[in-house]
Design a binder for this molecule. Structure first.
Ligand code: GLP
Length: 256
């Protein structure tokens, strides 16, 4: 585990973007796994800017979403595929492909979930999986209680997650109750993982995820066992973290 501590979001985004570039350049068929939410925004802005000026132009890049809502209204602007296509339009315009995401509109969403897991495997697996974290420790939509070996599947969203995501909808009852999410086992198969957390609201859960026990109660804690985990935190998100309690092999870079 490598933990980077940043004074501001711009510096976090710049280093994260360089890290992603280097990791993807090493692969002839690069596959990037991407999360929605505000945490990766500084990274996505930096990647988009580097794509715009031509310093980031990976060939044959494929991008896979981490999760997607089930049962959104047709044409809904809250769909993750649509949002990620907007974010990655500059990066992916190079070869005309789009972001791949689970089919939350499928008549058989269970089957769609299995097909998505297979699609990731057929693409050669994910080189780098970008992750945010929910205040209850979820990654993707793997809520507390998720099996640590779970694969892509249909999951029920907790009330707290629906409440947290209600800010993107007009009313809370419009927030779907289910989603298709890569599982914790799927995420752990990625060759590298990058967890980004910003803001005071993530301070306590980051402490639990990185220095607490590995437990289904804090799904992100499974990442402690990932052989190539990079964690990027701003000052607020790292404010409750005692770096002396990190696993002994952890490396901490303090850029503040
Ligand atoms: C959603 C997404 C997660 C994301 C989380 C945190 O629930 N499914 O992938 O990590 O929100 O979002 P934010 O970064 O906006 O706090």
């Amino acid at each position: 585990m490598i933990v980077h501590l940043f004074p501001n979001l711009e510096s976090l985004g710049r280093l994260a973007a360089r890290h992603i570039e280097v990791a993807l350049l090493a692969s002839p068929t690069p596959v990037l796994g991407v999360a929605t939410g505000s945490s990766p925004d500084p990274l996505y802005s930096a990647l988009a800017e580097r794509a715009r000026v031509g310093t980031f132009s990976p060939r044959r890049l494929r991008v896979f979403a981490l999760d997607e809502y089930v049962g959104l209204l047709p044409g809904s602007v809250q769909g993750y595929r649509r949002e990620l296509n907007r974010i990655f339009s500059g990066v992916l315009a190079l070869d005309g492909s789009g972001v791949e995401a689970p089919d939350g509109d499928a008549s058989d969403v269970g089957l769609a979930a299995e097909q998505y897991e297979q699609a990731i495997m057929l693409a050669g697996g994910i080189d780098v999986q970008i992750l945010g974290i929910g205040q209850n420790g979820h990654i993707g939509f793997n809520e507390p209680g998720s099996d640590l070996r779970s694969l892509t599947r249909v999951v029920d969203l907790t009330d707290s997650t629906r409440a947290a995501n209600a800010r993107f909808f007009d009313r809370i009852d419009e927030v779907p109750v289910r989603s298709i999410s890569q599982g914790l086992g799927t995420i752990m198969r990625a060759r590298a993982t990058m967890l980004i957390a910003t803001g005071l609201a993530k301070a306590e859960i980051m402490c639990a995820a990185l220095t607490g026990p590995v437990t289904e109660n804090v799904p992100a804690s499974i990442l402690q066992r990932h052989p190539r985990l990079t964690v990027l935190l701003d000052a607020e998100a790292s404010s409750a973290l005692d770096i002396r309690l990190l696993r002994s092999a952890a490396i901490v870079h303090d850029w503040r």
